[in-house]
Design a binder for this molecule. Structure first.
Ligand SMILES: Cc1cc2nc3c(=O)[nH]c(=O)nc-3n(C[C@H](O)[C@H](O)[C@H](O)COP(=O)(O)OP(=O)(O)OC[C@H]3O[C@@H](n4cnc5c(N)ncnc54)[C@H](O)[C@@H]3O)c2cc1C
Length: 428
């Protein structure tokens, strides 16, 4: 029996005993957090079981088999939890980890600014000491889910007289307060997943700093590595699922939490739809279409295997590395190629949106136009294609580093000189 078989047997036995669909979601998730099976790779003292990352897949399969509700999806479990585990004090872990696993609190990421995306370390949101905490002012942008989050993972500048990477502090910002204004942004595909967040002397208790003041860049790199690893995965809202009170409440929670991600499958280009759509449209006998479909599927499969190799490396305990950039870049290439093949199959009808699309192919009218309008996002979110190429050039291929215009210069002087020039050393 392998270690993973052992884990499978243990989690199956626990679910047979503990899973009760009649419980409320809060009661069930409390049981889940106590057991450690909600996040098996986290340490035992923090709601986990200290198992290798590879165990998570086996545990998820057993939850699905039993029809049991799992820990919530989203920024909390995927970014906030791992960042607090790696850099947070025990006090922060006590205050935030369990309530994240139970789904009592939700999170968003407040990193990007109008003038700081790729050059994230050039951010200008300002945090000043204010009594027993900090007051933060500035503007964030592209913040997914900010309109319903309880807490934000916030980067703000606390020291302007050191080079840009050294003056940043990483905060946990309470979102529900007068100094925080969230305004939704409408995208070209019709959804409104992102927000602008305006901070006007928003209050952050001193105890809400992750890591040390001024050391926020190191902490941010952990969040970004986890984000890059996740980006290629197309998030799909769960469908169907188990019956019972806990499951119904989990479905409502998921409906709310996953709403901003509804178009994410289309963002990945939907290579899974091309064959059925080619057959339905009678284009599967066209040699050019067939050739492009085969090229696309070859690319998609090799990208999937690359992602699986990266997952296997993590399962062996290796930290997320440049292979995340390879996988992210591959997912952009697949999405673009898939959009091209969909265009060949649909022709100009692919531009018709919603009810105007007469075909309704792929199970939903207007899906092809939604693919066209969503695919560009995958090469931007979590670090653009150009930035991934720079990372690969420098860290894997060993090519010369991109010149750094502002190395060693106090950030105050960089701004005064009007040179916010981004460089590969500062990119997300
Ligand atoms: C779907 C999606 C979800 C997002 N969710 C969040 C979120 O929840 N929270 C959050 O904080 N942010 C979020 N973002 C923002 C995202 O992180 C930024 O859009 C991204 O980092 C790029 O920054 P930018 O938009 O400012 O583009 P810029 O950095 O201004 O880049 C513009 C162009 O210049 C190129 N470029 C820039 N610097 C270099 C360089 N050194 N070398 C070569 N080319 C360069 C870029 O590749 C790009 O093509 C999200 C974005 C998307 C699309």
């Amino acid at each position: 029996m392998t270690d993973l078989d052992e884990v499978r047997a243990q989690v199956a036995a626990w679910l047979a005993e503990a899973w009760d669909p009649g419980l409320s979601l809060a009661q069930w998730r409390a049981r889940l957090a106590d057991s450690g099976w909600g996040c098996p790779a986290w340490p035992r003292e923090w709601c986990g079981r200290g198992l290798p990352a590879a165990a998570a897949g086996v545990v998820a399969q057993e939850f699905a088999r039993a029809g049991a509700v799992a820990a919530p999806e989203g920024v909390g479990m995927n970014l906030a939890g791992p960042t607090i585990l790696e850099h947070g004090s025990d006090e922060l872990k006590r205050r935030f980890l369990r309530s994240t696993v139970t789904g009592e609190i939700s999170w968003c990421q407040l990193f990007s600014e109008p003038g700081a995306g790729s050059d994230l370390a050039g951010l200008q949101a300002r945090a000043e000491r204010d009594g027993d905490g900090f007051a933060v002012s500035g503007q964030k942008v592209w913040n997914t889910s900010a309109y319903h989050a309880d807490f934000g993972l916030l980067l703000a500048r606390t020291d302007w007289d050191v080079p840009k990477h050294r003056g940043i502090t990483y905060f946990i910002l309470p979102m529900r307060q007068p100094g925080v204004e969230v305004r939704p942004l409408r995208q070209m595909n019709g959804y409104a997943s992102f927000n602008e967040v305006f901070l006007d002397r928003a209050r952050v208790p001193a105890g809400n700093v992750i890591g040390e003041p001024g050391q926020g860049w190191t902490v941010a790199l952990t969040t970004l590595a986890h984000e890059r690893r996740l980006a290629p995965a197309a998030r799909r809202p769960p469908t169907g699922g188990p019956a019972g009170r806990a499951a119904e409440e989990a479905a409502e929670e998921s409906e709310r939490a996953m709403a901003p991600y509804r178009w994410y499958p289309q963002r990945a280009g939907r290579p899974d739809l091309v064959i059925e759509r080619a057959i339905a449209a009678g284009r599967d006998t066209d040699p050019l279409v067939r050739q492009e479909i085969v090229k696309l599927i070859t690319l998609a499969w090799s990208a999937r295997w690359t992602a699986q190799r990266a997952a296997a490396a993590r399962a062996l305990g290796r930290p997320p590395g440049p292979e995340g950039s390879v996988a992210k870049l591959a997912s952009s290439n697949v999405a673009r190629a898939a959009a091209r093949v969909h265009a060949m199959i649909s022709g100009s009808a692919g531009m018709l949106a919603g009810a105007d699309d007469p075909s309704g192919e792929g199970g939903r009218a207007g899906i092809v136009s939604e693919i066209f309008l969503s695919v560009p996002a995958i090469s931007i979110a979590g670090g653009t294609d150009q930035i991934q190429r720079t990372i690969l050039a420098e860290r894997i291929l060993g090519l010369a580093k991109e010149p750094v215009a502002d190395a060693g210069v106090a950030f105050r002087k960089v701004i005064a000189a009007g040179s916010g020039a981004s460089s590969a050393s500062s990119v997300r």
